[in-house]
Ligand binder design. Structure first.
Ligand SMILES: N[C@@H](CCC(=O)N[C@@H](CS)C(=O)NCC(=O)O)C(=O)O
Length: 212
């Protein structure tokens, strides 16, 4: 399995950490996000969305980070991280869809405003951050309620849902995600997810660096 990715980005880190959680071997093909390599003609032949990541397995090409995790988990037959029973799998799939459609776009505003813009020499827009707050607290509240009654999102051990939902929060300190009102979510992120070996080996530091 070849993964075309830049490990510093949310959806790439998600896939790299997820594949490690699954135990699926992969080869990383580096696509430099800040150099805009995802927008080049060569990469467009793999992913016409001009976004990372993408996977190539033989002559099969797949993009969409969560679809890559589902494929890899199914292929490796790891039912601990992607359960095979009907309702348990539907539960994981639900979080994957929710992450992609709601959680990532919301957290992304904080990442762009508080991390990307200052790094590129521009200033965060307080109006954009303020406008996003109700949505953030609504979504974070959903996670907080879920995590108040379970150690992990889908039960008592980590699944690909945990990695997918954690990914948009990966630089939560630097991005200044307002986690203060959501203690169970903060506990899950800082004490559970951040302790996972797959999370530690894919760590991204402030400044979008792979080394401290
Ligand atoms: N829904 C897609 C989103 C992929 C995505 O937006 N990737 C970002 C990096 S995290 C990207 O490459 N954006 C293109 C750009 O900013 O030029 C997925 O989950 O794979």
């Amino acid at each position: 399995m070849k993964i075309h990715a830049d490990p510093i980005t949310v959806n790439c880190r998600k896939v790299l950490a997820g594949l490690q959680l699954i135990g699926a071997p992969y080869e990383l093909v580096h696509v430099d996000y800040f150099k805009g390599e995802q927008k080049g003609a060569e990469y467009a032949a793999i992913n016409p969305n001009a976004s990372v990541p993408a996977m190539v397995d033989g002559d099969f090409v797949l993009w969409e980070s969560n679809a890559i995790l589902q494929y890899a988990a199914e292929k490796s037959g790891n039912a601990a991280v992607y359960p095979s029973s009907l309702q348990a799998r539907a539960d994981v799939n639900r979080w994957l869809l929710w992450e992609s459609s709601s959680w990532f776009p919301c957290c992304y505003v904080y990442l762009v405003e508080n991390c990307v813009k200052p790094l590129l020499g521009s200033t965060p827009d307080p109006a954009l951050l303020e406008a996003q707050q109700p949505q953030f607290h609504k979504l974070a509240g959903i996670l907080d309620a879920r995590l108040a009654r379970a150690r992990w999102l889908c039960g008592d051990h980590p699944t690909i849902a945990d990695v997918a939902v954690a990914a948009p929060m990966h630089l939560h300190g630097w991005a200044r995600l307002p986690l203060g009102e959501h203690p169970h979510l903060a506990r899950w992120m800082t004490e559970e997810v951040e302790a996972l070996p797959c999370w530690q080996t894919t760590r991204v530091y402030e400044g979008f660096k792979l080394q401290p």
